[in-house]
Write a protein that binds this ligand. Structure first.
Ligand SMILES: [Zn+2]
Length: 364
């Protein structure tokens, strides 16, 4: 499933070209900057840029400007794992999540529990996802919003429901409800949504049970993990000429041979090289689009609230924003996930009690 896998970023020729460009444009005044791990720099950002929304690069190799936050609470949603500060996205993404939450409630789903969207300025994350870097990806739990409001503490610790049996890779029938299908169908109905990643067991369940209109199944893509949440990806938005689109999904329901592959041994073989560093762990600024450096350096709004989306017009910093004081990346980075400072490029991403997409075998 090449299309779902992040591209290798380390092609020597591209790296040389990127570095050359930085030298030519005079951006390489601090050579060491290019060597710093991008995830440390982007993981330390607390606020977005107070500039026009724009995505740079690809879902798994990029950053974005002009992000806005979804409020912690809305009438039809709650943000989970708030300490991670990953409730940021392109305004079109945030508006769409809010719309989905309203539509889902009208469809009979009690409300959305929102997982990770993106860091304030996107970029690679310290833990978890390979993608979610350009503000156009969002994880939404397959657990409905409880009737009583969750406290901030509960949102940090409440576990999600695993929908899939880990041995058979099939959906647990006792847990799957027609409302799950309706939620995924609603999300797939939006023209902005290009892909929805789900566990292969969930895709199979839909393939086996959806009657009538099956056109939307084209957007539902099987992938490792994604067994307690689904991942909604929208396309590059207007105003982002340097956003790299993903190739279109094949024009069928995807229920045939490609799905059958997931129910063979091959996708589940043990990782032959489990200690190999992940792309996100070793990416430097030189690997990201050159605009991402400007994204890191751009001024931010006065506060998170000033860039929080409450519907209507997209918020921007009202007052002339103060330039951000650069902070040492490592310290800020360790706070949000409770990780020690010992995380480095060659350690596996630690499990921190938060469900994240599981590691996948290489070579797929
Ligand atoms: Zn995701």
């Amino acid at each position: 499933m090449k299309t779902e896998t992040w591209p290798y970023f380390g092609k020597a020729s591209r790296l040389v070209a990127a570095l050359g460009l930085l030298v030519l444009t005079g951006l390489n005044a601090q050579p060491a900057f290019s060597e710093e791990r991008a995830k440390d720099l982007f993981g330390a950002e607390k606020l977005p840029t107070a500039t026009a929304p724009q995505s740079f690069g690809f879902y798994s190799k990029g950053c974005f400007a002009g992000g806005v936050a979804i409020p912690m609470d809305g009438p039809t949603w709650e943000v989970m794992r708030p300490s991670r500060n990953r409730r940021w996205g392109h305004p079109a993404m945030i508006a769409l999540i809010e719309k989905l939450s309203r539509d889902a409630v009208a469809d009979g789903w009690p409300g959305l529990l929102i997982g990770d969207i993106a860091q304030p300025r996107g970029g690679p994350m310290l833990t978890g996802h390979a993608s979610h870097q350009i503000g156009l990806d969002a994880d939404i739990w397959l657990t409905p919003m409880p009737s009583r409001p969750l406290s901030m503490a509960q949102r940090e610790t409440m576990s999600a429901t695993l929908m899939v049996d880990e041995k058979t890779h099939l959906v647990k029938d006792a847990l799957w409800k027609p409302q799950h299908t309706a939620l995924l169908k609603r999300a797939a109905s939006y023209p902005e949504v290009e892909r929805i990643l789900v566990n292969p067991g969930i895709k199979k369940k839909l393939c086996d049970t959806v009657k009538g209109d099956r056109g939307w199944l084209r957007k539902i893509r099987p992938f490792w993990g994604h067994d307690y949440h689904f991942h909604m990806r929208i396309g590059c938005q207007p105003g982002s000429p340097n956003c790299k689109a993903q190739e279109a999904t094949p024009d069928d329901d995807g229920c045939g041979k490609p799905l059958a592959w997931w129910f063979t041994q091959e996708p589940w073989r043990p990782n032959k090289n489990p200690d190999a560093p992940k792309a996100r762990d070793v990416m430097t600024m030189a690997n990201l689009p050159k605009e991402c450096r400007a994204v890191l350096e751009a001024p931010g709004p006065a506060s998170a609230e000033a860039a929080t989306y409450h519907g209507g017009a997209v918020p921007v910093a009202v007052a002339a924003p103060e330039p951000e004081t650069p902070s040492p990346p490592a310290t800020t980075a360790s706070g949000t996930d409770g990780l020690s400072g010992a995380v480095n490029a060659f350690t596996a991403t630690p499990e921190v009690g938060v469900p994240v997409p599981r590691p996948r075998p290489p070579g797929n």
